[in-house]
Ligand binder design. Structure first.
Ligand code: SF4
Ligand code: SF4
Length: 88
């Protein structure tokens, strides 16, 4: 079993961050931007091809034009900037 997990309708997650597939336009920008080739377009949908390789650099989250990728630690930081989560 790989460590891909469904996060609801069309969502994909490695447990630490989530792709909102309802929002994702499959533009492929994050696929090209990810330095570790973690995200990939497969069969017309965005998947975590190598979730174990993610360095949580947040490049994908920052570059996505529609905000479809959310790193969990970034959301926590955004909502409560006093909290620091080192969780991966
Ligand atoms: S956080 Fe960085 S390494 Fe992980 S999927 Fe996004 S761009 Fe790739
Ligand atoms: S950059 Fe955003 S909209 Fe484009 S494929 Fe990646 S998650 Fe989807």
């Amino acid at each position: 079993m790989d460590n891909r997990q469904s996060t609801g309708p069309g969502g994909e997650s490695n447990g630490a961050w989530v792709i909102d597939e309802a929002t994702c336009t499959r533009c492929g920008i994050c696929v090209r931007a990810c330095p570790e080739a973690v995200v990939a377009l497969e069969g017309g949908r965005l998947v975590l091809a190598r979730p174990e390789a993610c360095t949580y650099c947040a490049v994908c989250e920052e570059i996505c034009p529609v905000g479809a990728i959310a790193l969990a630690y970034a959301i926590v930081w955004d909502e409560a900037s006093t909290e620091s989560h080192g969780d991966r």
